[in-house]
Design a protein around this ligand. Sequence first.
Ligand code: NAI
Ligand code: MG
Length: 335
Amino acid sequence: MTQTITVIRGDGIGPEIMDATLGVLDTMNLGLQYEFADAGLVALEKHGELLPAATLDSIRKNRIALKSPLTTPVGEGFSSINVELRKRFDLYANVRPAKSFPNTKSRFPSGVDLITVRENTEGAYIGEGQQLSEDGETAVLTQKVTRRGSERIVRYAFELARRTGRKKVTVVHKANILKSTSGLFLKTARAVAAEYPDIECNEMIVDNTCMQLVMKPEQFDIIVTTNLFGDIISDLCAGLVGGLGLAPGANIGTDAAIFEAVHGSAPDIAGKGIANPCALLLGAAQMLDHLALPEQATRLRTAIVATLEAKDSLTPDLGGSGTTQSFAKAIAGRL
Ligand code: NAI
Ligand code: MG
């Protein structure tokens, strides 16, 4: 098999974890070809634009990208290139698994095995209609939710449950207060759920969901929710299983898919060579599943788990003193 994937090395710790990840993938002899493309701050410096046409063309052609985090300035400056990529390619499903791993600093050493399915193209998160009044005193934002957008993400969650043998989907919302937007999402979800009598469906308000996740995470199987809630909940879930260094995410559309880590560019540790590469590696495993290579995906996950079990070269976020490269080499050695 020869499959070309677009590779975006990203900002901050991005290049470090990407080099480590590609090194591990190379030892698997998967026949993957890499087409490197720039986005974000690097692209701005090199090409004078944040999202060059060549990068968009590469993703369009290959339909698969592996992407490191991209920095977005806080409270000012340019809009997120991550959000832009999700919009451009209509990557409507953001799939973020959180599973207990051995030897992590988790409060739940076992029992967490859930997937957050986050709507990825609408809602408050995409920042539509953002405006600050001239006097700087008032800010507004449009929150648009559609029946089509809600239906396809909820359907994705139920299909994922069937495909992976999961038993329960929890619809997370705030329809008691946000009656129009969250209300439409919930109503649409109920209609879709009725088509899947084999899968248990329950509903939960988002604030209670946060408390339930912290107290009793094992009650969750698949969570489906709108964009902003999914963003927040998936970081919470990463915290349940040992931190952002272990949490991957897939952005799936009909014509393209982008695989990444849930975490950002981690400027506090960038350039030190100590970032945990596992989140991006687990994103690569999701990519292998997507490429219909489930045995290879399992092989990669098994090597990661074995390395965690052996406490071999773990990075400082996991309590070790390893480096990005030594941790990745330890994983590659177990493939
Ligand atoms: P962050 O996820 O980059 O970092 C949060 C904390 O987790 C930091 O203490 C960091 O050191 C740690 N951390 C993250 N990844 C780690 C890893 N692989 N190994 C060890 N420790 C790790 O979140 P933050 O600081 O809020 O955002 C930084 C930048 O990243 C912002 O510009 C933000 O917009 C961007 N970002 C990009 C994302 C993407 O490209 N998909 C997702 C989230 C944030
Ligand atoms: Mg986030």
